[in-house]
Design a protein around this ligand. Structure first.
Ligand SMILES: [Zn+2]
Length: 363
């Protein structure tokens, strides 16, 4: 059967932008500072009366997302139809026309180990698609994906007119077929990055009758976006703090390696540096930054390694994720043996709100 239940316009980052943020070097010399990430502008929207949904269906997350070090909600539903964006808390944790919730896992090596995707509620399988390649969008773009933005997916029909769709599943992982009955929590596939996906995640979209629904508020995507205020969550149980659109920022990966990194290489997990490495680099990838946030990144080491760091300008827009690195090539011989320290900080409204330090030893 042909897959017809495609109701998402895009799943990952709308576009990969590498904005040239102004940085103020703290140290001169051979230093790289490269920034990357995605930028979405938050739209200020009026609060309007919410349309609550009170029926009995309640959802569980499509992946185990209890630990914010392993899983975060990177993008929420864009509740505002048409141009402009609004996440359920009236912020910018979404992008234009994003009609679902992106539960993202740590990185590609984690995905390759196999991360189960489960049915979010009891239901019947309406349609499935499998066979799409993971990473095709990154490798070959639109041409490879065509109109199959969802990639490998499963559509489920639930009680009360609800339909859910799970997208970007790993190739060959779909365990159900059309007509099957599934129960809430049943393992039905694995997390992948098929279709229009630039990082491993599951995109969950919800419809009720024909309306597209945000599971955090029970509200439908409409011209008059109804964000903020109290709302009727469709989640079973309490919503973990780190799922909230206002949560964060999170440090979602950091480490040391031996060459400049990109978002894509961080996703693949850069190799640890060795003594004879051509350079030493400290990197950090953070999720859920807000307009005005100021970042700082530093790398220091033992005698013979000159510290290096930079401070960014206040961010001009909310950012779903951002990557920073700082490093220095080795000039005269191998890296000095000893302890290296990487530190990444985010300041918001004059207060430090995230501060992580990592240590790496070169023998
Ligand atoms: Zn998505």
């Amino acid at each position: 059967m042909l897959w017809i239940v495609i109701f998402e316009k895009g799943s990952a980052m709308k576009k990969l932008v590498m904005p040239a943020l102004v940085v103020v070097p703290l140290a001169v010399g051979a230093m790289w500072v490269l920034t990357g990430g995605k930028s979405e502008t938050a739209a200020a929207l009026p609060d309007t009366v919410a349309e609550g949904i009170v029926e009995g269906v309640r959802f569980v997350a499509p992946v185990d997302c209890t630990d914010p070090r392993a899983c975060v909600v990177q993008n929420h539903v864009d509740l505002k139809a048409g141009p402009g964006i609004s996440d359920p808390a009236c912020g910018g944790r979404t992008y234009d026309e994003h009609q679902g919730v992106d539960f993202r896992i740590l990185d590609l090596p984690t995905m390759l180990k196999g991360v189960p995707v489960v049915a979010v509620a009891d239901g019947e399988v309406m349609g499935v698609r499998d066979g799409e390649y993971d990473g095709a969008w990154l490798a070959r773009g639109r041409e490879a994906v065509g109109d199959r933005d969802c990639g490998n997916g499963i559509a489920l029909k639930h009680d009360d007119g609800f339909v859910t769709q799970l997208c970007h599943l790993r190739r060959g992982s779909v365990l159900v077929k059309e007509g099957d009955t599934v129960t809430q929590g049943q393992h039905i596939a694995s997390v992948g990055m098929s279709g229009r996906a630039e990082f491993p995640h599951v995109h969950l979209s919800v419809r009720k009758d024909e309306a597209r629904i945000d599971p955090f508020t029970g509200r439908s995507i409409s011209d008059e976006a109804t964000c903020g205020g109290s709302a009727d969550s469709l989640w079973a149980g309490a919503i973990p703090d780190h799922w909230q659109p206002s949560a964060g920022p999170f440090i979602f990966k950091s480490g040391f390696t031996s060459a400049p990194v990109t978002l894509a290489t961080i996703e693949r997990a850069p190799a640890d540096p060795v003594k004879d490495a051509p350079a030493l680099v400290f990197y950090a990838r953070a999720v859920a930054l807000q307009k005005g946030d100021i970042e700082k990144i530093e790398l220091s080491g033992p005698e013979g390694f000159e510290p290096v760091g930079s401070v960014g300008q206040p961010l001009e827009h909310d950012k779903a994720q951002i990557m920073r690195f700082v490093g220095r090539p080795t000039k005269d011989g191998p890296l000095p043996a000893g302890e290296y320290h990487g530190r990444y900080q985010i300041e918001r409204n004059g207060e430090p709100i995230l501060d992580i330090s990592r240590r790496y030893v070169i023998e």
